[in-house]
Design a protein around this ligand. Structure first.
Ligand SMILES: CC(C)(COP(=O)(O)OP(=O)(O)OC[C@H]1O[C@@H](n2cnc3c(N)ncnc32)[C@H](O)[C@@H]1OP(=O)(O)O)[C@@H](O)C(=O)NCCC(=O)NCCS
Length: 208
């Protein structure tokens, strides 16, 4: 039985532990608990221990890790930090109640939580998070460590760069390019291309 750990013991981390428990009816993993930057001796959450990042960094046997934080820069930081330890792997993780079509590309650390629909020939980069109830249209591309918060729709042929935050309940209409590190505020309807690093707000979304 392989071991698995959730990196991050905040709200998303606790959601992910629940997801792993649901996926573990065949006892494929020993869920060892959490790692967290603010671990303090003996802390447990829902009966699982919270180890320090240093403890996980020095782990000396194979372990799978799931990134349990919700912001792009933090996801990248965790991925890079723990990738220094060759025992730690970041498998793509997909909730069994999400639908992922044929021809979808997933990378290390991609995480798809519950009730998402991912259409054919979508590409999701390293560490991408689809955070529940998302619809991703055919041929869309989402770059490394970008995060799509709950109830957002990314239409077909959209190209999202790396490090992008798509806030909850947003819509990005078909064929648009969204530049790296852009922030799409919750509830946006994006109808034009978005520049690198832009912060977009409203319907129709405008840069602010
Ligand atoms: C992108 C985001 C991080 C911007 O946050 P911020 O830079 O801290 O912005 P602030 O909260 O300081 O607000 C700045 C202004 O924008 C407005 N604003 C903030 N978010 C807004 C939104 N989504 N739509 C419209 N206006 C918004 C605020 O009312 C404020 O206006 P004011 O200056 O007139 O008072 C935030 O809007 C957001 O959408 N975060 C994602 C939240 C999310 O999806 N969480 C996940 C849940 S599953």
């Amino acid at each position: 039985m392989g071991k698995i750990v959730v990196c991050g013991a905040g709200g998303l981390g606790r959601e992910i532990i629940g997801l792993l428990e649901r996926m573990n009816s065949d006892s494929r993993w020993e869920i060892v608990g959490f790692s967290d930057a603010s671990a303090s001796g003996g802390r447990t959450i829902r009966g699982y221990p919270v180890m320090s990042e240093e403890d996980l960094l020095s782990f000396d046997e194979p372990i799978d890790a799931v990134i349990g934080v919700g912001f792009p820069a933090s996801r990248e930081k965790i991925f890079r930090k723990f990738s220094q330890n060759p025992h730690i792997r970041f498998p793509a993780t997909v909730s069994p109640d999400s639908h992922v079509a044929r021809g979808v590309e997933l990378q290390e650390g991609t995480l798809i939580t519950g009730l998402c629909s991912v259409s054919p020939d979508v590409s999701l980069g390293r560490g991408v998070l689809l955070n529940g109830y998302n619809a991703i249209g055919h041929d869309a591309r989402i770059g490394d460590f970008s995060v799509v918060m709950a109830f957002s729709l990314i239409a077909g042929n959209v190209n999202i760069g790396s490090g992008v935050l798509v806030g909850a309940g947003s819509i990005i209409t078909q064929g648009l390019d969204v530049g790296a590190n852009a922030e799409i505020c919750s509830g946006c309807v994006v109808v034009r291309d978005v520049k690198d690093g832009a912060k977009m707000m409203g319907n129709p979304a405008r840069a602010i």
